[in-house]
Write a protein that binds this ligand. Structure first.
Ligand code: GTP
Ligand code: MG
Length: 324
């Protein structure tokens, strides 16, 4: 799923400016034939058509560049529900269709009325009315356009998650999850010495023969149940909904700011319905006596790599052969 190519959403003012400017520039048709009445009618209706075409095509383009919720995989719907007001999103998308229909309707209506009147002043009056009506329609979706532009910026941070064997790197903030992702997959996810560096999901891929395993680095979590913010909730979503294997990233060094005890509690609360493996980070910063105490309980990065491959191959072997 690619969320990078969604077109930017103009403000209502920019849309109207564009449509009216195009009508002014292109609506000057020189070779209109007929008597003065016919020429005025054609001129005004040409401008009205240009306004309609410009607005409808822009609105349709914006609508088309957002994937319709019905076509989205379940995981992305859940991610959207966490990160944007999903009902508002659906309403805003629908408002584009509503506005396009209204613009089409007024164009038909006013062109018809222009061609019915024989009064020059009335033709100008009808044109003005049309522009007023259109401006009012587009202004009514001002909030929806602004909402979609904000949603677009959030969607752009979504990773391109594929349906395949998936490992989730899970743990407290600042313990070294993104650093681990980079080491396992060669990705260049941002890392920094403070909590909540990762605000959305990073994806990397580990090669296993001619196949690949997807590794997702998620924001650090404080696992505070209902009090979790939307950044943390993404971690739970990936861990619970997507991961075939969870790697609990454990920092024994104390540099993350979270005690060993706290991290053990989080680990113990994970439940055993998931396949959870522990990987210890910052070995170079950890006192040897602590490493000694925990040495039978965790995997190093290299051991983890092998473990991931092993789990993936085990799972492949369990899958029934697909007959073609
Ligand atoms: N010395 C040392 N530093 C490490 C190691 N692993 C991670 N770090 C450092 O620890 C800090 C946190 O690492 P990140 O990978 O950003 O941690 P994170 O768990 O992704 O953090 P959030 O995204 O905030 O949840 C960074 O400054 C890293 O450079 C390691 O093995 N050794
Ligand atoms: Mg991170």
């Amino acid at each position: 799923m690619n969320f990078q190519s969604i077109a930017s959403v103009e403000s209502e003012k920019a849309l109207l400016d564009l449509a009216f400017r195009k009508a002014r520039e292109k609506g000057i048709e020189k070779n209109l034939k007929g008597n003065w009445l016919e020429i005025i009618r054609k001129k005004e209706s040409l401008k009205i058509d240009i306004v309609k075409d410009t607005l409808v095509s822009r609105l349709e383009k914006i609508h088309g560049s957002f994937t319709h919720p019905k076509k989205l995989p379940e995981f992305y719907i859940k991610l959207m529900k966490l990160t944007v007001d999903f009902d508002e999103y659906k309403k805003s998308l629908a408002s584009l269709g509503w506005a396009a229909d209204k613009v089409r309707f007024f164009q038909g209506e006013y062109v018809r009325r222009i061609f019915k009147t024989t009064d020059r002043g009335k033709i100008s009056e009808l044109s003005r009315q049309f522009y007023g009506r259109i401006a009012s329609v587009i202004k009514q979706i001002k909030g929806n356009l602004a909402f979609l532009e904000e949603a677009r910026k959030i969607f752009r941070t979504y990773p391109d998650i594929k349906e395949m064997f998936t490992v989730c790197l899970y743990g407290f903030p600042n313990v070294g999850k993104s650093t681990l992702l980079n080491r396992l997959t060669g990705t260049k996810a941002e890392t920094a010495a403070y909590a909540f560096t990762t605000k959305t999901i990073n994806a990397g891929y580990l090669k296993v023969g001619d196949k690949k395993v997807q590794i997702l680095d998620v924001p650090g979590t404080l696992a505070r149940g209902e009090r979790m913010n939307i950044i943390e909730r993404q971690a739970d979503l990936v861990m619970k909904e997507l991961a075939n294997m969870v790697v609990f990233v454990f920092d024994l060094s104390g540099y993350s700011g979270y005690s060993v005890k706290k991290q053990e509690q989080l680990y113990n609360n994970l439940g055993r319905e998931k396949n959870v493996f522990v990987c210890v980070t910052k070995l170079d910063l950890t006192p040897p006596e602590i490493l000694e105490e925990f040495k039978h309980k965790y995997y190093s990065v290299d051991e983890l790599k092998e473990k991931i491959k092993e789990e993936f191959l085990k799972r492949e072997a369990d899958q029934p052969e697909v007959l073609s």
